[in-house]
Design a protein around this ligand. Structure first.
Ligand code: GSH
Length: 254
């Protein structure tokens, strides 16, 4: 019942927004799914890549983190991105649910279905859990130690960063290295859903201190990361969009 009220209110807001934008966008407002997204969010990156890989046409709303759209918060009160609103008002508010939804659409290509299925083995599932759990925990503290502890002395910040980056390596990068010794991507020969789900976080980790990352004895991880980051899919998922407006997500070649 509460959920129904939320959906109705969300649809009302979408209508208001559309009306303000133009009558044309009003008419189109409920057709393609709407993805609330944030370009630099690794969870949103995995959702955008899955939607693009599955060739699902969607509209995107690039949010401003400090000023989230009311319609998004109403549809998903936990207020994190990504959130996908389907044409019938259904709300997907976890990135992995969006990945699954996109890649398992009945009309999606065999490539999209294979991408999803390649991540269903227990090794990939375990790596995804490590990524979203321990690795993300240590990544956040490596990047921003001051957000998690009042730091009086710069030595303490350095010590915390080093501890957490070491833990991040042990918790995910070493198991990843082991897996990638046997195959170029986590699910096999092609980029799969586990790669899409994990590499945006490893990319963030590498970017904190690229020179230090280069010194790690993790050649397979480095090669895998370079391939994922250099893929056309990632480039398509990282296009810059205007903020705070519903925009059809640009698809290459259109
Ligand atoms: N479990 C969620 C996590 C999503 C998440 O934490 N997204 C971050 C951005 S990377 C966010 O929206 N944070 C809210 C904020 O910073 O206010 C998912 O998989 O979608």
């Amino acid at each position: 019942m509460i959920r129904d009220i939320r959906i109705v209110r969300h649809l009302e807001l979408m209508r208001q927004e559309s009306h303000e934008q133009s009558q044309l966008s009003h008419n189109m407002a409920l057709s393609p799914p709407l993805l609330y997204t944030y370009r630099r969010c690794p969870y949103a990156m995995r959702a955008r890549m899955a939607l693009l890989l599955a060739r699902v046409s969607f509209d995107a709303w690039e949010i401003v983190l400090r000023n989230k759209p009311e319609a998004m918060v109403l549809a998903s009160p936990k207020a994190t991105v990504p959130v996908l609103i389907l044409a019938d008002g259904a709300v997907l508010e976890q990135s992995w649910d969006i990945v699954k939804w996109a890649l398992t659409q009945p009309g999606a290509s065999a490539e999209a279905h294979a991408c999803w299925h390649s991540a269903l083995n227990s090794d990939s599932q375990q790596l995804l859990l490590l990524n979203d759990g321990a690795f993300k925990y240590h990544l956040d503290r490596y990047k921003y130690p001051e957000r998690f502890e009042t730091i009086e002395h710069p030595d303490r910040a350095r010590q915390l960063k080093e501890t957490h980056r070491e833990q991040a390596v042990v918790s995910l990068l070493e198991p990843l290295e082991q897996r990638l010794r046997e195959r170029p991507f986590l699910g096999g020969a092609q980029l799969g859903a586990a790669d899409i789900g994990i590499f945006p976080f490893v990319r963030q980790f590498a970017a904190v201190d690229p020179a230090w990352f280069e010194t790690l004895p993790l050649d397979h991880v480095k090669q895998w990361l370079a391939q994922c980051v250099g893929s056309a899919l990632f480039a398509a998922a990282m296009q810059k969009l205007p903020s705070n407006i519903r925009t059809p997500y640009p698809v290459a070649g259109q």
